[in-house]
Design a protein around this ligand. Structure first.
Ligand SMILES: Cc1cc2nc3c(=O)[nH]c(=O)nc-3n(C[C@H](O)[C@H](O)[C@H](O)COP(=O)(O)OP(=O)(O)OC[C@H]3O[C@@H](n4cnc5c(N)ncnc54)[C@H](O)[C@@H]3O)c2cc1C
Length: 428
């Protein structure tokens, strides 16, 4: 057996995982003056297409953390609306973010890696980021309270003792499992093919979601004249496809969604660099135990269609900081009280986001005849009512949540008329 040195670090908070959830939490808690150690198992952040669209609620929070101006100065793109369209381009429902009123009533797109970079630049002086450090297990005190983590770094093991451990270690969170909390991910029956295309003529400020017989096709602009395209595929659709099969697949796709025709040739080239992503939904039924809190995908996962995962992670970080503000870092009982406040506030919001995202996914990704018919009906019912369009936009925005009622569902289905379908004026 190789000899190992065990030494120890001591801090107020140790955060495990430096994706958006971990970095956002480090930023928020650093601003409270807390001593934070942020550990990340990877030495470098891989370039993956995920977490690109920020909602207005997150923009407010990021402004407070001095992250937003960094994104804006790197040419983040303003997206004013999300439009659900028929495959041929006809509009089903438009969520116009301008109707939200107030400052920054738009979404913003940028690469996940740039969002992480900008958040990383805003970490205060009390935050130390250590890469290449794997959190292995939880340390507990004599009373069973979580009191830190045991980590390994380059073959060396040591302990990081802390009054609070934050699990930001993503979907298959090891710390969540060790703390005795569970979240059972359910995979959607489809995958998303992701393309990044350059110099493509698309609406400059729109997220377009095409509801097609093959499911969802989503398009939005990224900075520097790039465009993100997601295409829903069946799990085995392109497995072992040769060049001729790929060519045929592209031709069919463009025939289904004519908006793709002007850049069909780019698809063929980009197919070699395609990323195939599996999508999940789940939520943990509890977010805290004494001494530990879950944030981000350690706690919840939703279909990417409504751009909620990263935004919910930012909301988690903000809410945790609000509850910890004013808590003496050494006072573990007060920290645990703050954690209960975090859980009480956040669990219901996460549940509502989960329901909203899953309903939207069902409306837009169904490929069965009945599912597609119902999805279109619900979308066009939403599109016909100014009140429902506003409500849907508001719920996506992260500025608050007013879940749809049974009456709203009947209006969406066209069973009941909406008295405010045309006359609705939002009160800001
Ligand atoms: C295709 C796609 C598109 C999406 N688009 C959007 C969007 O537009 N808007 C939106 O809001 N959301 C979007 N999402 C969701 C969003 O990307 C995720 O919710 C978000 O990235 C989750 O961040 P996280 O920090 O919780 O997890 P992760 O990004 O998975 O980060 C977890 C980190 O923890 C580290 N780690 C894991 N285990 C350990 C350990 N034991 N010790 C140390 N480190 C560890 C990992 O290396 C990783 O860096 C999208 C998702 C997908 C798949």
């Amino acid at each position: 057996m190789t000899a190992r040195t065990v030494d120890q670090l001591d801090t107020d908070v140790v955060i495990c995982g430096s994706g958006v959830a971990g970095l956002a939490t480090a930023c928020a808690l650093g601003r409270l003056g807390l001593d934070v150690v942020l550990v990340e198992k990877r030495r470098q952040q891989p370039h993956i297409a995920k977490g690109e669209v920020l909602q207005p609620g997150s923009l407010r929070i990021l402004q407070g953390w001095e992250v937003l101006h960094r994104l804006e100065s790197r040419q983040a793109v303003r997206l004013n609306r999300l439009v659900a369209r028929e495959a041929d381009g006809d509009e089903l429902a438009t969520m116009d973010f301008g109707t939200l009123g107030g400052n920054r009533s738009w979404m913003l797109s940028h690469d996940y890696s740039t969002i992480l970079e900008c958040t990383g630049e805003a970490l205060g002086e009390t935050v130390r980021l250590r890469r290449g450090v794997l959190a292995n297990e939880l340390i507990r005190d004599a009373g069973g309270r979580v009191a830190g983590v045991r980590v390994s770094e380059g073959g060396r093991e040591y302990e990081i003792r802390a009054r609070l451990v934050v699990a930001a270690d993503g979907m298959s969170s090891r710390l969540r499992r060790m703390a005795g909390m569970s979240a059972d991910p359910v995979a959607y029956g489809h995958r998303l093919l992701s393309f990044e295309l350059a110099d493509v003529p698309v609406a400059p400020d729109e997220v377009s979601a095409y509801v097609t017989r093959r499911g969802l096709v989503m398009i939005y602009p990224l900075p520097h004249e790039r465009t993100r395209v997601y295409v829903q595929v069946a799990p085995d659709e392109l497995r072992r496809a040769d060049a001729a099969r790929l060519e045929h697949w592209c031709a069919e796709l463009v025939a289904d969604v004519p908006a793709l025709a002007p850049f069909a040739h780019l698809f063929k080239e980009a197919l070699d660099r395609r990323q195939l992503l599996q999508v999940w939904r789940y939520r943990a039924l509890s977010l805290v135990r004494p001494g530990i809190a879950l944030v981000g995908e350690a706690a919840h996962g939703v279909h990417p269609l409504t751009a909620q995962g990263m935004n919910t992670a930012i909301g988690d970080a903000h809410t945790l900081a609000v509850h910890l503000a004013g808590t003496a870092p050494g006072a573990t009982a007060a920290v645990d009280e703050a954690l209960r406040g975090y859980e009480n506030e956040r669990l219901s919001r996460i549940r509502d986001i989960h329901v909203m995202s899953h309903n939207a996914a069902r409306m837009m990704t169904s490929t069965s005849r009945v599912g597609r018919m119902l999805g279109r009906r619900l979308l066009s019912g939403t599109g016909r009512s100014a009140r429902l369009r506003y409500l849907t936009t508001f719920n996506m925005s992260g500025l608050g949540m007013r879940p749809l009622t049974g009456f709203d569902r009947l209006v969406q289905l066209g069973v009941l008329p909406d008295p405010k379908a045309r006359s609705f004026v939002p009160s800001h």
